[in-house]
Design a protein around this ligand. Sequence first.
Ligand SMILES: Cc1cc2nc3c(=O)[nH]c(=O)nc-3n(C[C@H](O)[C@H](O)[C@H](O)COP(=O)(O)OP(=O)(O)OC[C@H]3O[C@@H](n4cnc5c(N)ncnc54)[C@H](O)[C@@H]3O)c2cc1C
Length: 294
Amino acid sequence: MIRKGDETLNKQAVWFPDTLEKTYKLKRQYYYNSCLIAGGTLLQTEWEKGIQCPENIISIENIKELKEIELVTKYGQSFIQIGALTTLDCCRNNPIFLENVPILVEAVRNIASPAIRNRATIGGNVANGYGDVIPALLVLDASLLLYDGDKIKVKKLTECIKEKNFLLNSILVSITIPVQKKNTRENYFYQKIGLRENFCQSIVSICGYFKTGKKKVIEKVHLAVSGSSFLPQRLNRTEELIKELLLPPCQFNEIAQSIKKEFNPPSDHFSSSNYKQDITINIIVSEIAKLSSK
Ligand SMILES: Cc1cc2nc3c(=O)[nH]c(=O)nc-3n(C[C@H](O)[C@H](O)[C@H](O)COP(=O)(O)OP(=O)(O)OC[C@H]3O[C@@H](n4cnc5c(N)ncnc54)[C@H](O)[C@@H]3O)c2cc1C
């Protein structure tokens, strides 16, 4: 393990462990006086804003198993497994993503500038709890592989996001997403609403998936929202309401009411809670309306 920084000259140290075990040991040893760092793009902005930088920065960039991307098959189902250190630029440009999870590519396309995406990692985006890839991963039914100091366990992202500090005692190793064969009856959408068109924080990012049956019935629905001022969530009750509806549906009012009931983001300096609800309703309802004409 390499340690850069000299305690006699400067109290700050950057550690470069090369295994998960060594990383976890450091994390336990320094606990509140440390943080893991991947691409550093988010942490750097936090430190610039005045949030105190801990004395021990644990870089995970030398851990090989966090860089792997592969297609695996388990029990007849294919999965794409994405190492936590995979950069957003790689998610955007590597054909394996375009072929298997194009909606994730669309989410990444909406994040920051090319220079940031070149350093920023998918793991850092998920780990910070507010990243724009999260709604796409929720809709894709992703699971996280988490190292807890003893073993690697698999946990659904929908479960992880229920706890604010879900990574307090774990290291995110990789993200695994079930891959489906392309089907013309399946439709995805992703929309990010920010204060301006590019390079800005999200007011609301909305992602959805619909599968329609032969008789124009909506058979499957996944809907997820995230934003820089609230924790991401799946809209489970609205999904239940939409499931089994016949296209074109006449229940738009009920759908709008259901979203209003289960999605209650806080107001912030720039936009009110009502505004966030209204754009979410408009986008979801218009995507359902589009299904009818397909
Ligand atoms: C100008 C600018 C614009 C941006 N625009 C956007 C945007 O539009 N959308 C968006 O979502 N984000 C945006 N960001 C934020 C950031 O770039 C991304 O969220 C990025 O994906 C974070 O990844 P990172 O590797 O740089 O994370 P880091 O900064 O290294 O880490 C972020 C957090 O995740 C933790 N962490 C990282 N990896 C792991 C791991 N494997 N296990 C456990 N914890 C881990 C760190 O401890 C830290 O708390 C922007 C940042 C900047 C500077």
